[in-house]
Design a protein around this ligand. Structure first.
Ligand code: GLN
Length: 457
């Protein structure tokens, strides 16, 4: 832990960490030593990690990247924090890492603390919203981190920073203590250097939790069990018998040529390992953007109503009556992107527009989920790019939100369908920036995704 604390202290220019508490980290390291001595240790005991600032923590501030939660300290730890922490898995928390405000963004530029920088090129964004998590791992400030993914926030920053991350099936990991953005899409997952590290962490993170009503009641699984095994279970090529679906909509005009070259090379590699590629279609891919950007803001506008200046966080210094206090606290506390989404959300849910926007989006969401099921009739997993481009320059897309939203084209639909999906580093594109290969599986196929990613790595 001391090694990483020193790395964090000397890497301030990355702006990856938003809160550290050295004393608490060292206390946890001691507790982990005790766990190692008393026989209750797991594979993770003593391994340091960072938590995305969306998970509430007793010993570190939790701001969710927003001024409205500036200096907020939670009275309890999120489920994921508790499960990974001392006394359970035994990991040692190094602190909290930066993120887009309330996880709304793809570049980390909506963070109240200012954007994290991409360690591969400090003039570029790390991706978002879990940009702090990805940058911290890529720069060697932490061996692992938690992330959350509502529309790509684990996979896209993992791709931009050249690390591995997995968004599990919706409901696999408890959302208790994870500040809500769009509750029907939000899912937590591990981010680390390799698929193997992610699998070990997922073992500790996943599982039923009665405190989250959408948590799945399924038996615990060992996500490391298939690592290193052949797909068929027989000796021979590692991926023989695996059918990889390539959605034609993921390789269209919008895809940058260098990103495509890197992804194609990765797919060739899967073939060399015995996989068979088939062409599949996800016809509503393009609609995932308008559908997501109706549904996510709708849910956000409702979730964010709790930040009213009364219960927690920022309260305006001067105000008239109660309504004025709400207004001023929220106007001062929320940033531009969050306000934009609250307004979109309130609009699409309002009487007279509900049917035209919200209901219609829900219907298309259903079709998107069905399209994946049709594709999985012909293949075991789906492969494609994570994002159409490599990490852009800081400031490049900030003033054009629509342009920013379009970059989410390949990552949104797995969330809309609730499917597990991951990002695996697969070489480099323009300007020597990392590229990610996306693997999407059917419900509950995390072990298979991690197996394929591990074989590839
Ligand atoms: N970029 C998407 C958004 O801005 C996804 C973010 C996320 O997954 N949290 O909403």
């Amino acid at each position: 832990a001391n090694y990483f604390l020193a790395r964090i202290a000397e890497s301030k220019e990355l702006n990856a960490f938003v809160d550290v508490n050295v004393e608490q980290t060292l206390l946890q390291a001691k507790a982990a030593d005790a766990q190692l001595a008393d026989g209750s240790a797991t594979k993770l005991t003593g391994v340091p990690l960072a938590h995305k600032d969306i998970f509430v923590t007793k010993h570190w501030k939790t701001t969710a990247g927003s001024k409205i939660l500036n200096n907020y300290i939670s009275p309890f730890d999120a489920h994921v924090v508790a499960e990974l922490g001392v006394g359970r898995a035994g990991m040692v928390c190094l602190g909290k890492v930066n993120m887009d405000e309330f996880a709304m963004g793809s570049s980390n530029e909506s963070a109240y603390a200012g954007p994290t920088k991409n360690p591969w090129d400090l003039a570029r964004v790390p991706g978002g919203s879990s940009g702090g998590s990805a940058a911290a791992i890529a720069a060697g400030l932490a061996p692992a981190s938690t992330g959350t993914d509502t529309g790509g926030s684990i996979r896209q920053p993992a791709a931009f920073c050249g690390i591995t991350g997995i968004k599990p099936t919706y409901g696999r990991v408890s959302r208790y203590g994870m500040i809500a953005y769009a509750s029907s899409l939000d899912q937590a997952g591990p981010m680390a250097k390799t698929a193997e590290d992610c699998a070990i962490m997922l073992n500790a993170m996943a599982g039923h939790d009665a405190k989250d009503s959408t948590s799945l009641e399924r038996a615990k699984e060992d996500y490391t069990k298939a690592l290193g095994k052949t797909w068929s279970g027989e000796p021979g090529l590692p991926l023989k018998g695996l059918r990889v679906g390539l959605p034609k909509e993921y390789f269209g005009d919008g895809l940058n040529a260098d990103v495509r070259t890197a992804v194609d090379a990765a797919i060739e590699q899967l073939k060399k390992m015995g996989a068979e590629c088939v062409s599949v279609s996800l016809p509503k891919t393009e609609l995932s953007i308008p559908v997501y950007y109706v549904l996510a803001p709708a849910e956000a506008s409702s979730n964010l109503s709790r930040f009213d200046g009364v219960r927690y966080g920022h309260r305006a210094a001067e105000y008239g009556d109660l309504t004025d206090m709400y207004k001023r606290s929220r106007s001062e506390g929320f940033g531009a992107e969050v306000k934009r989404r609250i307004m979109i959300g309130a609009y699409v849910l309002s009487h007279g527009y509900y049917d035209a926007y919200y209901l219609k989006a829900q219907r298309i969401r259903r079709i998107i989920a069905q399209d994946f099921q049709n594709a999985f009739d012909a293949c075991d997993i789906i492969a494609g790019p994570v994002a159409p481009n490599v990490a852009g320059k800081l400031g490049e897309k900030v003033s054009d939100p629509t342009q920013m939203y379009l970059e989410d084209i390949y990552t949104l639909s797995p969330n809309l369908a609730g499917l597990p999906a991951m990002s695996v580093p697969c070489g480099f594109g323009d300007h020597g920036m990392p590229v990610g290969l996306q693997l999407i599986g059917n419900y509950f196929s995390e072990a298979a995704l991690l197996q394929v990613a591990h074989a590839y790595q």
